[in-house]
Design a protein around this ligand. Structure first.
Ligand code: AP5
Ligand code: MG
Length: 218
């Protein structure tokens, strides 16, 4: 099962992708998490990516595509994966499509988590992230057991550098210009499904599970 999560920054792609990955036992692949892990470890890739991420801009396709194609070629991706934050531009989607066609394969579903811009800024300012294991929390909706500490690995939680309100506005603009066109791209392929992302996260997940059930997945 190969799934793409689409949606604005803060729509809940990561939250839902983790739940899908747990239930269906497939890897959750987030290009944003890969970049943040590289920034944390001070790699060359991380330093390059940070220049763009801190401004709310996209990391150039040349850097992003290679990382993603290497990742999905790993053995744990044989039975599928859930992509979160990739593709984000039409050229990225075309490269992924071509790589899959060469393997006689295709994306099963692109799930668009729909949340209006008004809800996004509020969500982002409440988000806290663990840069060690990638877990995310929300100070009101999903608080950690101990304030400021990751439940899963005990590391400190932080407000992501790109979650400041000015940067979130840039990210939303970039989303509308460069990523939203993917909705038509996947709709034309017949694999787009849209879920309401404004409801409780468990209800969002239930809607996704119903979609995947139609494809014969329990
Ligand atoms: P990335 O890490 O992918 O960030 P993003 O798309 O901006 O999305 P977010 O992770 O901010 O939001 P999300 O949709 O995952 O929401 P979440 O589940 O956390 O990318 C960061 C940067 O990396 C980009 O700006 C770019 O520079 C670069 N990059 C990454 N991939 C790239 C690519 N392919 N090409 C080029 N550049 C790339 O939820 C948000 C908050 O809301 C959380 O606090 C959560 O707890 C809460 N929440 C979730 N669901 C609900 C709900 N139903 N109700 C209430 N609260 C909820
Ligand atoms: Mg995310």
């Amino acid at each position: 099962m190969k799934i793409i999560m689409l949606g604005a920054p803060g729509a809940g792609k990561g939250t839902q992708a983790k739940m899908i990955a747990d239930k269906y036992q497939i890897p959750h692949i987030s290009t944003g998490d890969i970049f943040r892990a590289n920034i944390k470890n001070g790699t060359e890739l991380g330093m390059e990516a940070k220049k763009y991420m801190d401004q709310g801009l996209l990391v150039p396709d040349e850097l992003t595509v290679k990382i993603l194609l290497d990742r999905v070629a790993q053995p744990d991706c044989e039975n599928g994966y859930v992509l979160d934050g990739f593709p984000r531009t039409i050229p990225q989607a075309e490269v992924l499509d071509k790589a899959l066609v060469e393997l006689g394969d295709a994306i099963d579903y692109a799930i668009n988590v729909d949340v209006p811009d008004e809800n996004i800024i509020n969500r982002m300012s409440g988000r806290r992230a663990c840069l060690s294991c990638g877990a995310t929390y929300h100070i009101v909706h999903i608080p950690p057991k101990t304030e400021g500490v990751c439940d899963k690995c005990g590391q400190p939680l932080v407000l992501r550098d790109d979650d400041k309100p000015e940067t979130v506005k840039n990210r939303l603009n970039v989303y509308h210009e460069q990523t939203q066109p993917l909705i038509d791209f996947y709709s034309a392929k017949g694999v787009l499904r849209t879920v309401d992302g404004t409801v409780d996260m468990q209800d969002v997940f239930n809607a996704i599970v119903e979609i995947l059930k139609d494809a014969g997945n329990n």
